[in-house]
Design a protein around this ligand. Sequence first.
Ligand code: KIV
Length: 277
Amino acid sequence: MQKKNTVLTFREAKQKGEKLTMLTAYDYSTAKLIDEAGVNSILVGDSLGNVILGYEDTVPVTVDDMIHHGAAVVRGAKNALVVIDMPFMSYQVSVEKALENAGRIMKETGADAVKLEGGHRVCPQIKAITEAGIPVCAHLGMTPQSVNAFGGFKVQAKSEESAKQLIEEAQAVEKAGAFAVVLECVPAKLAELVSQKINIPTIGIGAGAGCDGQVLVYADMMGMFSDFVPKFVKQFAKVGDAMKQSVADYIDAVGDGSFPAEEHTFKIDDEVIEKLY
Ligand code: KIV
């Protein structure tokens, strides 16, 4: 029988050198499938904005959106540690606002942790939220909520100065109390070095195999989201193609009358029907 993953699972995995796995999900059915397959953690990412809601970026996503989808994921996930993203402007304005929104997300979804983007500038928020008893996953490197400030989705921390800054930010979020840190779109050798310099697990996305774990957007790795396929994505399946083919087969079967067949229908006594003519 599989055991519920907790922040202790994350800590022990880092100590033992065991790799952690995380995938996103945004609904009950997908969360249930991913959970049953044995992933350590499910992230209800604010990539919800792109993947499910059809926005161009994550900026428009609200706390209510995250709660609505987060609660559905929690209902589907038995063993995975469920982490919910705090959306843009739900934690940046003040420590009080961050604490209030993190509390709402936890109380109204039943999730295990929250995630927020940024380093030094959000350390007071990370400290206050963890001190309130809510585990926090940090997120450094290419932080999608700041896409407008970065001028697009670009690899981060390539210069000596910015690489040094990334290491310092990772050490700062660890000190503030984060139980893990996502490293997104940073050079692989730097992510490996960061992973050696901190005691909490690094979860990489576009950050190479030297991280302590990996995260991907499920729709990307299953080949379901074709608007944009980043370089770091490996498509482990072609679910999108299978879905399209099944719809085409359904249209054909309805058209030629082969669906529904007798086994898909319900019976009524002939005498009852005859009386109705
Ligand atoms: O929102 C999200 O899905 C994320 C992952 C890309 C780490 O933050």
